[in-house]
Unconditional design. Sequence first.
Length: 135
Amino acid sequence: ERGAASATGERGAASATGWRGAASATGWRGAASATGERGAASATGERGAASATGLQGIAVITGERCTVQAGPGGICAVTATEVVWVIHPEAVLVQRWQDKKKWQTKVLTPKRGWKAGDRVTITAGKVIKHETVRP
């Protein structure tokens, strides 16, 4: 319960599995995962990954070309132009990016036909690629 984990080096990994746990990874290609209810995961380096798969979790990404995932009732928050969103049908993605010195914002919800685990590449608020996960 209320655990915390942190990784700060290149390709570091942090995982928190308890209720309201928090995990943070700050290096290039770092990974952070929080699996408990209302957990938080944060990755700040380029090509990092953040996953908060418990109920009402939040996954936060600040680096380019990162991967983000949230569970039911969760939010993926991204401040980058390009991101890969691992879909959960009951999660949303909020993306902010800078376009000619002006900040843009887009809120995305899963489209009809997207399934849990599908990978969607988003660039500047637009869906660029959708990869269906095969069972």
